[in-house]
Ligand binder design. Sequence first.
Ligand SMILES: [Zn+2]
Length: 288
Amino acid sequence: MTPLDGALWLVRHGFAVFPTDHPGLEQCAGIGRGHNPATCEDRGKHPCAAFTRAHTLDEDQVKRTFGGELRNVGVAIGACAPGPGGARLLVVDSDRPGAIEDTAAAYGYRHTATMRVTTAKGAHDYYWAPAALELGNGLGQLRGKFDGDVRGSRGYVIGPGSVHATGVIYELDDPEQPPVPAPAWLLTALQAPTTATVPQPRPGRARDRQHDGSLAGLIRTVLGAHPGNRNSALYWAANRAFEQAQRGGTDVRAIAGALVDAATHTGLTETEARTTIASAYRRAGGTR
Ligand SMILES: [Zn+2]
């Protein structure tokens, strides 16, 4: 697989791509303030474009970009087509083979197999995460417990077909395997705060933020529920969310959507989740 093959496979599957440096070039093709292409020693990874804006899902553009000069393929995580239910891409980057498997085991879970690209050091696992969680690139509770990184909305990873500085090619483990929903234990761990310092709300936005925080907390409760407790956790969270909505005039459909997202992530069916949420809504005094 060449970078062009990889980039075409990616855009055909809804992943937004952009060119990065290729280690076969004499000097780094990466851009950016403070980056010196002539002395760059981290070759094959640096973006050749401002990737949060300059990325594409278009096959013709991919052929032009990757069919000529040597380029590796960057995957712009936040720009990729959303998954089921508007889910967003989350890539777990293991720095050694078995890293995420070991972390899952340490939490008492078996690793959830998903779309995987093997890298020079380990692997990238591509997962769907509920859009309501707004994950970034932080490790949360996994800091010190996982040999690797995660990439959420504003990050990127090097895609299949690319060449690592060691000559290793990034390869799709199974081209037929799409991303699956991220396991609840992982999402819960990534959501946990890493430091005691909580950013203070800006003046005038305090109210919104307070509400966002509360809803995020309720969603974490749903995601962290034990299998036998999922429905009651969802009912409890939905009750609290609708109570808050009545006080703050928040959009109940947005809340219901976020809760359904979280609940289906834990293994409830959408019908089960909607039934439970509707009953919480009626209890809170809603009419439909
Ligand atoms: Zn560079």
